[in-house]
Design a binder for this molecule. Structure first.
Ligand code: NAP
Ligand code: HSE
Length: 442
């Protein structure tokens, strides 16, 4: 029996999600069991990138959350109201929820999760943080046995995209922001991105999951990127830093806790520092090389040590991946209640995949030759590679090893079989002493 879903919103994320769900080939087989029953929008007459059968798209969003056949409500409309009321009503009607709405969860998570727990339904929010990066479920499941000490993240795609282009191209803030909006990265009101508020929403969600307590968003210190100038970017570069908007949540050690000397009882346990601000990051730090719309979240826990989650932090496809994986988790759960095993925890390995023989696999190669110092050797090498369809990216002769000249070749993407054939012939050349190295190039 299929699982019926209702989607609230058919904008950037809603459209990406519908497209993913409707193109299940090559994806998890359980996707085929999902039926999109209704999609709620503000203006049903608007032309859309996805075509849905007549009657599915409606502006009567209330009828979706109370629809008796719908099992899961996917809220990708954004904003606080009516999203909050609709989610609460859906929960009241026994629906599981998938949401990408970090602004709502960071402000009303308490109310929503309490209602969900009472109703015995789940609220899934993978897409709320880090776009397509799986970080919420890993923190809730795979890493939950660790004592998390610090989370340091680049969690806003728009601002990272802006800062990267300001740094690499010297582009102006306003121009790049317009591009980020056009690419679907920015919020409907990009103030939330630029002022760091979106990152604050996300770090409070991550902190809440990782440290096991509620986060009062008003207590999260927040500075945006508006004041970051080209001059600061240039000075930072000279000093060996890049400027990134970091969201940081840290467990205070007893001695570092600002509350440790307070006579008042600690209001939350544990005591945390949670903040968002532009930060000079040393160029050799793992977060320094996270550019463009990419996000990364560096988690430090005990006993694990450091683990970093990296990937596209915004945009239709990336976010649809996270939303759809939450939907699939719920579908698996609904199915597991009727069968004995959770289909996402079992392994599908009854059939063998076809693995290409190594001769047919394609990669680039680096080869180093030691040759007699004769005229025409480079030409002969080039001709022989050409004979076997091996196209060369570069061929250089830099030095000597004793009497022998050292020639280094890097190929374009070629089949391993053709390289082997060419090298077999090259080995027969009089001028070739040996081929000491053959390495593959990524
Ligand atoms: P969007 O492009 O502005 O789309 C919003 C959709 O919701 C539109 O289809 C709109 O209908 C509908 N909608 C809004 N208010 C409505 C109302 N009152 N009644 C009925 N329909 C309404 O937004 P988005 O970028 O997809 O973002 C959606 C959510 O995902 C937000 O919470 C956002 O923070 C989150 N998110 C976005 C991204 C991203 O990369 N964009 C990534 C992660 C999370 P119309 O089409 O008729 O106007
Ligand atoms: N506006 C958000 C960003 C979307 O730029 O990161 C993803 O949450």
């Amino acid at each position: 029996m299929g699982v019926k879903i209702g989607i609230l919103g058919l904008g950037t994320v809603g459209t990406g999600t519908v497209q993913l769900l409707l193109s299940s080939a090559g994806r998890h087989p359980m996707l085929k069991e999902i039926e999109i029953l209704k999609v709620g929008v503000r203006s049903p007459e608007k032309s859309r990138e996805v075509e849905l059968p007549f009657g599915i798209v409606t502006s009567d969003i209330e009828s979706i959350v109370t629809h008796p056949e719908i099992d899961i409500i996917v809220e990708v409309m954004g904003g606080i109201e009516p999203a909050r009321e609709l989610i609460l009503k859906a929960i009241e009607n026994g629906k599981h929820i998938v949401t990408a709405n970090k602004a709502l969860i960071s402000r009303y998570g308490d109310e929503i999760f309490s209602a969900a727990n009472k109703a015995g339904v789940y609220v899934m929010l993978e897409a709320a943080v880090g776009g397509g990066i799986p970080v919420v479920q890993p923190l809730k499941q795979s890493l939950s046995v660790n004592r998390i000490n610090t989370i340091t993240g680049i969690v806003n795609g728009t601002t990272n995209y802006i800062l990267t282009r300001m740094q690499t191209e010297g582009s102006s803030f306003e121009d790049v922001l317009a591009d980020a909006q056009q690419l679907g990265y920015a919020e409907a009101d990009p103030t939330a991105d630029v002022e760091g508020l979106d990152a604050a929403d996300k770090i409070s969600i991550l902190a809440s999951i990782s440290f096991g307590g509620r986060i009062n968003l008003k207590e999260v210190y927040c500075e945006g990127i508006r004041q970051v100038s080209q001059t600061d970017i240039a000075y930072a570069e000279k000093l060996g830093f890049v400027i990134k908007l970091l969201a940081i949540a840290k467990r205070n050690t007893p001695s570092s806790s600002p509350l440790s000397h307070s006579p008042l009882p600690t209001p939350y346990s544990p005591s945390l520092s949670v903040r968002v601000h532009p930060t000079l990051v040393p160029v050799n730090h793992p977060l320094a090389s996270i550019n463009g719309v990419f996000n990364a979240i560096l988690v430090e826990g005990e006993p694990l040590g450091q683990v970093m989650f990296f990937g596209p932090g915004a945009g239709a496809g990336a976010t649809a991946s996270a939303v759809s994986s939450d939907i699939l988790n719920l579908v698996a759960l609904l199915k597991a209640s009727t069968t004995s095993l959770n289909p996402l925890l079992t392994c599908a390995h009854q059939d063998y995949c076809q693995i290409s023989p190594i001769e047919e696999q394609i990669t680039r190669f680096y080869a180093r030759f030691l040759t007699k110092d004769q005229p025409g050797v480079i030409g002969k090498l080039g001709t022989c590679f050409g004979k076997y369809g091996v196209s060369l990216e570069s061929i250089v002769q830099k030095g000597f090893q004793g009497e022998l000249a050292e020639i280094v070749v890097v190929t374009h993407d070629v089949t391993e079989g053709n390289v082997r054939k060419a090298l077999a012939e090259i080995r027969t050349f009089d001028a070739i002493d040996s081929i000491p190295s053959l390495l593959r190039v990524l």
